[in-house]
Ligand binder design. Structure first.
Ligand code: SF4
Length: 762
């Protein structure tokens, strides 16, 4: 503060503060510098001192202010009365919830409830620490999430091969010499299942040091534009392409995992046999890539000083999503690039996680199908059923098995899951629905009660989930930037109280009770867990140490996780180790360094080895072989796409992000447009097995012939929603076209990329 400033200047300075926080909007986790004056945000820009993002942000990051101030964002609960949502006070909302829960349980029992968790909950510290308790409290087996329209195949493959669903190797971007990206567009997404703020800048640094980028995608995405080479593969054939690379590596004597990894891999010979039919010539017709190119790419990956293959949504949301994810690991292993700098490496999450708990070889083995969905007979995967079957489970007429009520946490499945019109109709039949959401959107318009959490700027933040996939071992905690509104409960309090109501508590229940129960449960479990750094310690002593900090809710849980994590202070046993206070004292984050090799310590398979030919994965190979013939003759195929200013369905109400040229267009190759009679700016009727939409046509050579692309997350302007900006730029819902019956059977994940469609001019 200046000694010579005027009184007004001094006052202005006193009222203005600068705070630092991590952006919670996507997986990149960029550091933000936020200026606040009189409890209003006046500026948001990249935090140049952030240890991970170094000042980078994308256009979405600065719109947290607009999101906070959006008049459509819910500040009070809504209750549906005579078909119309009306604002009520919290006490009244909780009474409605109490009555709704009681009524459904009395009429149908708890199995009549389903729970759906949307993508934003993976970015919420409150949801990551308290939503699980809510899911358990509901007492149903009917769990669904956005995972089965997204990353589930990657997690299933990791669980089979390495032993946990979080054992996902990430590309060591800052040290690699050769990066091949399949079905990912980090110039738009900023990375996914690979937390790397300024992913584009890291790619550019790689190329500046002589590295090579190859992008495999039916579309010449923004990332493909920047690549040294674009391989316009046909949709849904990545697994065949990867198997052909495996074939070449073996056939040409290039398969060499390196001496350390070779000593801990099972299944190499079996993989060699499995890959034998998938020669580059054999897969050429299905993949649309010539055999010579496939062979050359295999050689390049093998002889590069370091290389890494990274696959994302275009590989997971296909009928061979799990197999493609497995084969990405296989290629990284065979080229000697698993678990070494510049290759594909395992993060060491500072707050711990499944990859840091337990010991090598202590896993029980992963399997799916611990139960099936009652009406549709689909196997459980990681505790949930495919969201593609949720509509059928609701429409099931049996009094004993049908879903009659739904809890949603931060999701919009009506826009983001397959055969949307059918799910929309199914939701309209529910007897009761309670949603924790900041918007009255296409899904929550069906809710009996909507309980709005505070805006992201009013919540604290730590990327508990996404730092498990980070390319450096970093930790960054952010306190809430703005205070809660009068009477507004915190997000964790809403989730905890909802859980208590499901447990039978009355509407006056205090979430602090659930909070104390949660932390006590974690501590007691840890002191009895042999792999925990506080094993054998006195639980009361640990609880007293936690309580001495004055923290509660998510902060207390986070403090516990940090202190018992791999870099933690273990409550005094490792002085100087990580604590929440350490992160509070370092608002730009703490960098625990580049990724280090973790094999074999990370392996949680029952054998303690890399199970590269797990029977569940091997069993899918004949299906892949059969598809070589079928996919050689593809009809017109629909794929999705992402835009830098979009975030699935839920940032379309921010004017600054949606203004300009309409982005919800159907991209069509000029040859296809000419043949079908489509013109740029005209409309096409797109029809699939399950639905039809009329979309504006964008003729472009940035897509391979025989493939069209429509972004997802659009289709706003529906009656009963309160999204005025989004409604003015509604777009069409691509998931009206995606088929609920098209799934990757190993993971229950929907096929969103590679939907057969026909086109006609409108
Ligand atoms: S890239 Fe993601 S985390 Fe970074 S500013 Fe943009 S939305 Fe936020």
């Amino acid at each position: 503060m200046s000694d010579t400033g005027s009184k007004s200047e001094l006052l202005a300075e006193a009222e203005t503060r600068t705070v630092f926080r991590t952006c919670p909007l996507c997986e990149a986790g960029c550091g933000l510098e936020i200026t606040v004056k009189d409890q209003r945000v006046t500026r948001i820009r990249g935090d140049r001192d952030d240890v991970f993002s170094h000042g980078f942000i994308c256009p979405k990051g600065s719109t947290l202010k607009q999101l906070h101030e959006d008049p459509d964002r819910l500040r009070k609960p809504l209750v549906k009365r005579n078909g119309v949502h009306v604002e009520v006070e919290w006490d009244e909302a909780w009474r409605e919830v109490r009555a709704g829960i009681d009524g459904v349980i009395e009429r149908h029992g708890r199995q009549a409830f389903a729970v759906y968790q949307g993508n934003p909950s993976a970015h919420s510290l409150s949801a990551l620490t308290f939503a699980r308790g809510l899911s358990q409290a509901v007492g149903t087996r009917q769990h669904y999430s956005a995972s089965t329209v997204d990353q589930m195949p990657r997690q299933v493959a990791s669980a089979y091969v390495f032993g946990t669903a979080m054992s996902v190797p990430v590309p060591d971007l800052d040290r690699t010499d050769y990066l091949m990206i399949l079905g990912g567009n980090p110039y738009a997404s900023n990375g996914s299942l690979c937390t790397a703020p300024d992913f584009p800048g890291r790619i550019e640094s790689m190329r500046a040091r002589g590295g090579r980028l190859v992008v495999v995608d039916p579309r010449r995405s923004r990332t493909a534009e920047e690549a040294d080479e674009w391989l316009p593969i046909r949709p849904g054939t990545d697994a065949m392409f990867l198997m052909a690379i495996v074939n070449v590596l073996f056939a040409d004597g290039l398969a060499d995992p390196g001496p350390i990894v070779a000593g801990m891999v099972d299944g190499l010979d079996e993989l060699r046999g499995l890959a034998a039919p998938f020669t580059p010539v054999a897969v050429a017709a299905a993949t649309g890539l010539d055999a010579g190119t496939i062979t050359r790419i295999a050689h390049e990956l093998a002889i590069a000083t370091t290389s890494t293959v990274y696959g994302r949504i275009g590989t997971t949301t296909t009928e061979f999503g799990t197999t493609a994810s497995w084969l990405i690991d296989a290629v990284n292993i065979l080229t000697g690039n698993l678990d070494r700098p510049g290759g594909a490496m395992f993060p060491m999450p500072v707050a711990g996680g499944p990859t840091t708990r337990g010991r090598r070889g202590s896993g029980k083995g992963f399997s799916i199908g611990r139960g099936v969905s009652p009406a549709t007979n689909m196997p459980e995967v990681m505790g949930e059923y495919p969201v593609a079957v949720l509509a059928e489970e609701i429409l099931e007429e049996s009094a004993t098995t049908g879903v009659r009520a739904l809890v949603t946490i931060a999701g919009n499945p009506v826009l983001s899951t397959p055969n949307s019109d059918r799910l929309d109709a199914a939701l309209a039949t529910l007897e009761f629905m309670v949603s924790v959401d900041i918007y009255l959107n296409e899904t929550t318009r069906h809710a009996t009660v909507i309980l709005p959490p505070p805006s992201p700027l009013q919540r604290s933040h730590y990327d508990l989930a996404l730092l498990q996939f980070a390319i450096r071992n970093v930790a960054n905690y952010s306190a809430a930037v703005l205070p809660l509104d009068d009477g507004q409960p915190d997000e964790w309090e809403i989730l905890a109280k909802l859980a208590m109501l499901f447990h039978g508590a009355d509407v006056g229940a205090d979430p602090a009770v659930a909070d104390d129960t949660t932390i006590a449960g974690l501590v007691h479990h840890a002191v009895s867990d042999e792999s925990s750094p506080i094993h054998g310690r006195d639980a009361d002593e640990i609880l007293a140490a936690l309580n001495a900090t004055g923290q509660h809710g998510p902060e207390r849980v986070l403090d516990f996780m940090l202190r018992t994590g791999p870099f933690g202070d273990a409550f005094g046993a490792a002085p100087g180790g990580a604590t929440l206070q350490m992160l509070v004292d370092n608002p730009h984050g703490v960098d625990f360094g580049a990724l280090q090799p973790r094999l074999p310590e990370i392996l949680r398979t029952p054998s303690g080895r890399i199970e590269l030919a797990h029977p569940a994965l091997v069993a899918d190979v004949p299906r892949l072989e059969d598809a070589m013939v079928r996919l050689a003759e593809q009809p017109m195929m629909l794929v999705g796409r992402r835009h830098l200013r979009s975030n699935n369905s839920w940032m379309h109400n921010i004017e600054i992000l949606v203004k300009g040229k309409p982005r919800c267009t159907l991209q069509v190759h000029p040859d296809d447009a000419a043949e079908i009679g489509l013109v740029d700016g005209g409309y096409a009727r797109v029809t699939s097995r399950v639905g039809s939409v009329d979309a504006p046509v964008e003729v472009t050579d940035a897509i391979r012939p025989g493939v069209v692309s429509l972004p997802h997350g659009w289709g706003h302007g529906v009656e009963g929603t309160r999204l005025r900006v989004a409604g003015e730029r509604a777009g069409v819902n691509s998931n009206v076209l995606t088929d609920h019956a098209a799934l990757d059977p190993l993971s229950g994940t929907s096929v969103l990329n590679g939907i057969p469609v026909t086109l006609a001019p409108v």
